[in-house]
Design a protein around this ligand. Structure first.
Ligand code: NDP
Length: 234
């Protein structure tokens, strides 16, 4: 059954790959963009997830053009790494506002229509770092760990309404975000990953599509790692 899907930050990287998997299987797919055009075949809606009014307007546009959002993939995210002692309050707050509060703004806006439609899939893109920790990533790790508590609380609130809220925790995926890491750090991580490689965005997208599908209807409040074994036990 074709669904209406909204992927935040779906104009590039992991989000784009996720959006393309849904489009390929025949779903109606919208992606948020902050500038430029949406990739072909996807409805682009302007939205900065740090702005509640913009989130509301984006959902209103998707609802008008594609129908109520049945699958929300909260993927938009950013890093602003530095050591705790050097981290400014602004650096901490901006990352939390985008990665955690941004996801919450979208989940809140999506929830009423999901309850009314008696169907919903919320998928939050966290990170292995959320539970594993990462030196220089106090802000990012806190935001990604926060998504776990949020998804599990949504599960408890809305689980009886045929709504699932799950977390996908990728490890190291080849995108602009990891391209920005110093080579030394990349090499260190590669050594720690049992799979001994970084992953392609498609390897995350397949898991997200599975979570949104009928086969995963009884999977709720879960954290699914897609990390080549890096975070085992976390
Ligand atoms: P990219 O940096 O390649 O893309 C980030 C996406 O998020 C872009 O579409 C960007 O939009 C969007 N975005 C950032 N801030 C905002 C905002 N305020 N409002 C709306 N959109 C925003 O990242 P990845 O594709 O690598 O990462 C996607 C998600 O996966 C993130 O949540 C990230 O934390 C997570 N992740 C990534 C891993 C990796 O190894 N790459 C590992 C684990 C988790 P724009 O194009 O306008 O900048």
């Amino acid at each position: 059954m074709a669904r209406t899907v909204l992927v935040t930050g779906g104009n590039r990287g992991i989000g784009l790959s996720i959006a393309q998997v849904f489009a390929k299987q025949g779903d109606r797919v919208a992606v948020t963009t902050r500038g430029g055009e949406a990739p072909e075949g996807l409805l682009g809606v302007r939205c900065d997830v740090t702005d509640s009014d913009a989130v509301d307007a984006a959902f209103t546009q998707v609802e008008a053009e594609l129908g109520p959002v049945e699958v929300l993939v909260a993927n938009a995210g950013m890093t602003d790494d530095t050591l705790l002692m050097r981290m400014s309050e602004d650096q901490f707050s901006r990352v939390l506002d985008t990665n955690l509060t941004g996801a919450w703004r979208c989940a809140r806006r999506a929830s009423a229509k999901m309850v009314r439609g008696r169907f919903g899939r919320m998928i939050f893109i966290s990170s292995v770092v959320g539970l594993y920790g990462g030196a220089g990533q106090v802000n990012y790790a806190a935001s990604k760990a926060g998504l776990v508590g949020m998804a599990r609380s949504i599960t408890r609130e809305l689980g009886s309404r045929n709504i699932t809220a799950n977390v996908v925790a990728p490890g190291f995926i080849e995108t602009d975000m990891t391209a920005a890491l110093p080579e030394e750090r990349r090499a260190e991580y590669r050594k720690a990953i049992p799979a001994a490689r970084f992953a392609a965005p498609e390897e995350v997208a397949g898991v997200v599509a599975w979570l949104a599908g009928d086969a995963a209807g009884y999977v709720n409040g879960a954290v699914i790692p897609v990390d080549g074994g890096l975070g085992m036990g976390h």
